[in-house]
Design a protein around this ligand. Structure first.
Ligand code: ADP
Ligand code: MG
Length: 822
């Protein structure tokens, strides 16, 4: 029989001297053979010993060494997960992505033969757990939620945090919490013989986890041992591109097609950034080559034609960039790529394609392609097809997102094509708005991606970027997500879990102390925390949204004022940011403005055409401003709602000077937020309607008040109407030159919140108020954010007035408020 049972047969004791029971598993010969090849299986004894003797252990080994599939089985066989052992409680293992949680649970179930029913997974809205569950795979968000319900995690005997090298916020927070929970369980078990200690295993594909060891707060008692399970890795030859094409999708198509024609048999893995790219490349490759995988392509075609449909709700607590797969165009990156290309030509290292692809016997003409997509939103059944053996005489080509970087190992890959980008969450500190952006990956990620080609034998990695770009623009590691994420949401989340002293929390990488304090102040202002820093009932409600708590607050109040669908539309628009084409870009063609429509006449517009366009622009602005001529927030709402009525969204956007890509994203966010509200407060919202009736005057008034409530700490007062008005040398002629003063948040209930030393702030020209006469401007304005910009850009159209030296601070107003409201 397979040798894998024997290994843990002899009687052993755990760290507390209790006998460990073994659960012998009978595996098929096939599974036994494939397990034997995994480097981690040779380390079973060492790993189990370390786990028995330490409360926390770190295991690292390259992707594919068997960590995710084997370590839970070692534990299971050693008696963890069985109720009658010395370590009652189940084995929990977290994954940053749903795909991995589901597919790994299935694989481990298969490997465990007669115990397959004991392996379950749980992701948001989907769970296979039962009373038999012994091994539970879950997303990290699910475990966080469980901790908020039972801080001691009494159901579990051991928790494995997988893919810790990714340093996602959830992983980092979980490790910080678990280091405390392990202590707590130890203390509990010394007082109550029914309670067993909890073990913690941290697993990582890179040595980056040594960061955790440097943090003395994290493991104050004893540093966890670091155990290596080195994977067998064949050499991978890396080929850089000669130049970095901006349109990497086109480049991927070209190189993959060429590679398929020229390269010896072997699977291909192509890294792209999101599902829409994958779908479009899949279609093109299929149209070019005969695919043996007709059904996948056909079903993809159906999905393609329906791809305008709304996004599914995803793990909100997860919210990985890929999950929020927003429709993207190829020309996403607006940075100065063209200059890069020049530099690249000088580089020597980029090879000729003919050389790069000339690595052995070329393919016989009869090799067909077997193309499979792989991304988070794909149904599980489709995802698991990458593990099947491709049909005879075909070449497997997997088009994947980041999920194939470390979470999943696809058998038989010899060639990797790496676009060098990934979609990631970015956070704008000034607006509190999160967005998903396509950016360069890190050098570490590029190495991981290349490594995927060397699992079965020597491989090749084709990078769709030059070594000059790699050296110059790629960072070593992507910084921990916690430094790029809105801290107020995190602080609120931790406090809702009862972790009141955020400053003392053992973060693997701590956010700035000042930003924690700033976040707490904002949460108090919003009413999410009491003055002493405890979570209020409102705070609990706000914590369910994957948005800044400002927006959560607006949603919470919206429910009380019978205008929730409008608030959802408004919040979606605000979170997206710029949906309007700025007036100073009117003379540019849509292409130049970064729009996606293609116009035929590339050059400057004739004067008459420009005049016409200005007229159209004014008309569009007037239409959106009809509801309330002083509220930028309601103008935004009108545009979002009008877009939903358009037959042809793109045409509507062109006509109304809206950015169509942004509005597509807004629509998707509206649907997602509605689903979240419905899941949590079904009584407060009806079925989702994208087309809303015009709001009543009463609702409009409520909406302005709701906006003010979300941004109550961002109030500006017209300087000449302030209690101690600064002396102004001359009367401003235009609204955008009228100085305002920001009221400091702590004193919004008095009118003396400014001092004469505060710098004046000015309205941004994009505001609905900018055409008004200075005298008619409101005394108080609520603004969404401040921006410092060069004065020449803003006042370029009028040179009559020389600006003062230095850039002006511009505010983006949302709505006017009365002094009484403050
Ligand atoms: P690690 O977590 O160290 O990256 P894994 O445990 O995920 O490694 O994978 C170990 C091996 O198991 C890999 O060689 C992979 O190809 C194989 N494997 C994983 N899932 C499946 C599956 N569903 N079908 C077939 N093989 C699989
Ligand atoms: Mg793994």
């Amino acid at each position: 029989r397979a040798p894998d049972v024997g290994m843990v047969q002899e009687e052993r004791k755990d760290g507390l001297g209790r006998k460990i029971c073994n659960v012998p598993v009978t595996r098929t010969a096939e599974i036994g053979a494939s397990r034997e090849k995994l480097p981690i299986v040779a380390e079973e004894q060492k790993i189990m010993e370390a786990i028995h003797n330490n409360p926390c252990v770190i295991v690292w080994g390259t992707t594919g060494s068997g960590k995710t599939t084997q370590v839970p089985q070692f534990l299971f066989e050693a008696g963890y997960g069985s109720h009658d052992s010395s370590t009652p409680g189940i084995i929990g293992i977290t994954q940053p992505r749903r795909v991995a949680a589901v597919s790994m649970a299935k694989r481990v179930g298969e490997e465990l033969g007669q115990y397959s029913g004991k392996v379950s997974y749980q992701i948001r809205f989907e769970s296979t757990t039962s009373k038999d569950t012994a091994i539970k795979f879950m997303t990290d968000g699910i475990l966080l939620r469980e901790i908020s319900q039972d801080f001691a995690l009494l159901n579990y005997s051991i928790i494995i945090i997988d893919e810790a090298h990714e340093r996602s916020v959830n992983t980092d927070i979980l490790i910080g919490m678990l280091s405390r929970i392990v202590d707590l369980r130890k203390k509990m078990s010394s007082e109550d013989s029914e309670v067993r200690p909890l073990k913690l295993v941290i697993m990582s594909a890179t040595l980056r986890v040594s960061d955790f060891l440097k943090n003395s707060h994290l493991f104050p008692a004893a540093l966890p041992p670091l155990i290596q399970a080195e994977g067998r890795q064949f050499p991978v030859t890396t080929h850089f591109a000669r130049r970095t094409e901006r349109d990497y999708l086109e480049e991927a198509f070209r190189k993959v097609s060429r590679g398929h024609r020229k390269l010896p048999p072997g699977g291909m893995l192509v890294f792209l950034t999101g599902q829409n790219e994958i779908k479009s490349l899949l279609k093109r490759l299929h149209d070019t080559f005969r695919s043996s995988n007709r059904s996948a392509v056909d079903s993809m075609r159906v999905q393609l034609s329906a791809s305008e449909g709304p996004l599914e709700v995803d793990d909100l607590e997860l919210g990985t960039a890929e999950d929020a797969d927003i429709e993207e165009e190829d020309s996403e990156d607006e940075d100065s790529e063209d200059e890069d290309s020049e530099v690249d030509f000088v580089g020597h290292d980029g090879e000729d394609e003919d050389i790069a692809f000339d690595i052995g016997e070329p393919v016989t003409a009869s090799l067909t392609v077997h193309i499979l997509p792989l991304y988070s939103q794909l149904p599980t059944k489709e995802q698991l097809r990458v593990f099947e053996i491709p049909p005879d005489g075909s070449r497997l080509i997997v088009l994947a997102t980041n999920v194939a970087e470390t979470s999943l190992t696809i058998p038989g890959i010899r060639y990797v094509f790496d676009c060098g980008r990934s979609k990631e969450r970015v956070y704008d500190q000034s607006t509190g708005v999160q967005k998903f952006e396509v950016n360069w990956i890190s050098k570490a990620s590029a190495e991981q991606r290349a490594g995927r080609a060397g699992r079965t034998g020597p491989g090749h990695c084709y990078r769709l970027y030059s070594s000059a770009v790699y050296e110059r623009d790629f960072v070593e590691h992507t910084g921990p997500e916690i430094l790029r994420t809105p801290i107020e949401s995190l602080v609120l989340q931790m406090k809702t879990m009862g972790l009141d002293n955020v400053v003392n929390f053992p973060f693997p990488t701590a956010p700035e102390r000042s930003s924690i304090l700033r976040a707490e102040k904002l949460l108090k202002n919003l009413g999410a925390l009491t003055p002493t820093g405890r979570v209020t009932q409102l705070g609990h409600r706000l914590s369910i949204y994957p948005l800044s708590p400002r927006f959560g607050k607006m949603l919470a109040i919206g429910a009380q004022h019978d205008c929730l669908p409008y608030v959802i539309a408004l919040v979606s628009g605000l979170a997206e940011g710029d949906i309007f084409v700025p007036e100073n870009q009117l003379e540019l063609n849509p292409k130049e403005r970064g729009e996606d429509e293609v116009y035929t006449n590339d050059d400057r517009l004739e004067d008459s055409a420009r005049e016409q366009r200005q007229k159209n622009y004014n008309r569009a602005r007037a239409i959106f401003s009809k509801n309330d001529p002083t509220s930028d927030a309601l103008k935004l709402l009108s545009a979002v709602c009008a877009y939903a009525y358009a037959q042809d969204g793109d045409a509507f956007c062109r006509q109304m000077f809206l950015r169509s890509k942004a509005l597509k994203e807004v629509s998707q966010l509206r649907k997602q937020l509605s689903d979240i509200v419905r899941a949590n407060h079904p009584q407060s919202i009806g079925p989702y309607l994208s087309r809303l009736p015009t709001p009543s005057p009463k609702q409009l008034k409520a909406l302005n008040q709701i906006v003010a409530a979300g941004f109550i700490d961002q109030v500006a007062i017209r300087a000449d109407l302030a209690p101690n008005p600064p002396i102004s040398p001359r009367k401003p002629q235009r609204a955008i030159d009228v100085p305002y003063l920001a009221l400091s948040p702590s004193s919004t209930n008095t009118t003396s919140g400014t001092t004469s030393s505060d710098p004046a702030i000015y309205m941004h020209p994009s505001s609905i108020l900018s055409p008004l006469s200075p005298k008619s401007l409101p005394q108080y304005l609520i603004y969404s954010h401040l921006q410092q910009s060069a004065p020449s850009l803003i006042t370029s159209s009028s040179s009559s007035e020389k600006q003062q030296a230095g850039p002006k601070i511009r505010m983006f107003p949302l709505t006017a408020v009365s002094g009484a409201q403050l």
